[in-house]
Design a binder for this molecule. Structure first.
Ligand code: ZN
Length: 326
């Protein structure tokens, strides 16, 4: 590193190229320092008593609060909490997941990072997916297409045999797409649903679309009464096969096709239904930032969200189910 160049500051700077990334994050120390500035722009905040900028270093990576003597570190209470994986590896993982146009599978991440275990890569990706949804994110608005679709998943183990498919699932999902004037798509939301009735679709609409927006749906009874909960409602009733779905609902149709291609291409469709929502979050995260000027900025945003997302245990990632490979 050039000693005359000022150190990059977390919270202000972000790397724009891989070579710059390598230059900035050459050591654990450099990563930790960047993360501290990103998480605590106004000085270390004690998680116990809330005191800001009143802590001293207790060791290389630990701080001690001068008010209450509580010890903490920059990774405590974040996605990186208690992981044995080095920050450098985490940073590189975030770089890959945000810089590859279609993301990366756990097997791919294990290879590029040279990780000893597949499980480490798989768990890293799942922890990062938890950081891809911001709690207070803005709802979709304007004209929004909403429809149900299906994604096809298969459970198989790519380490054993490519042909060994032993389960196939078709999972219903709800898709919402902002339709722009005169053409083009804005942001999207996708979620797994248990059925195609109002009980499933209404909460999806309420939680993802701003009241006052115009919701465009097909003629399904599940969408009846949207006017009573604050939405404009535009219905396109399919009369037999006179209007193919891709013409009357082009947004949802297009997103469903892209999603299926991504699940099959990057992940070979090998996803357990109980984990599908987290993959949907990743797809939405990438799609909604597809116009981002800089991939480095995406890296920065995900890193920022990761230090503002509480930790998730390995058990919670697995959620009681058996380990699978993707
Ligand atoms: Zn304290």
């Amino acid at each position: 590193m050039d000693p005359l160049k000022p150190m990059p500051v977390g919270g202000i700077d972000y790397p724009t190229t891989w070579s710059q990334f390598l230059e900035w994050f050459h050591s654990e120390e450099a990563c930790r320092c960047f993360l501290e500035n990103l998480r605590w722009p106004n000085g270390v905040q004690c998680p116990k008593c809330g005191a800001v900028n009143n802590a001293g270093r207790a060791s290389r990576d630990r701080w001690v609060c001068r008010s209450c003597k509580h010890q903490t570190s920059v990774t405590t209470g974040t996605v990186f909490d208690k992981t044995r994986t080095e920050l450098r590896v985490w940073f590189a993982g975030i770089w890959y997941i945000t810089n590859q146009k279609h993301g990366i599978s756990a097997l791919g991440l294990q290879r590029v990072l040279g990780l000893g275990s597949y499980e480490t890569a798989w768990t890293m990706l799942h922890r990062l997916r938890r950081a891809m949804v911001l709690p207070g994110r803005e709802l979709l608005k304007g004209l929004v297409e909403v429809d149900e679709s299906y994604v096809a998943l298969s459970e198989r183990n790519p380490l054993i045999s490519k042909a060994q498919k032993y389960h196939a699932h078709k999972i219903p999902v709800a898709i919402a797409v902002e339709m722009l004037e005169p053409k083009g798509f804005g942001r999207i939301r996708i979620r797994q649903i248990n059925g195609r009735d109002a009980e499933q679709l209404r909460p999806f609409i309420r939680e993802n679309i701003q009241p006052g927006s115009v919701v465009h749906t097909d003629g399904s009874a599940a969408y009846r009464g949207l006017e009573h909960i604050g939405y404009g409602h535009q219905r396109t009733v399919h009369m037999g096969s006179a209007t193919p779905a891709h013409e009357s609902m082009p947004g949802v149709h297009r997103i469903a096709a892209l999603l299926q291609r991504w699940l099959l291409g990057t992940h070979h469709g090998a996803i357990q239904p109980r984990q599908l929502d987290y993959y949907l979050d990743e797809f939405v995260f990438r799609f909604n930032r597809r116009a981002s000027r800089s991939r480095g900025l995406l890296f920065y945003r995900l890193l920022e969200q990761a230090v503002n997302t509480p930790p998730v245990t390995y058990k919670a990632v697995i959620r009681g189910g058996p380990m699978h490979l993707d």
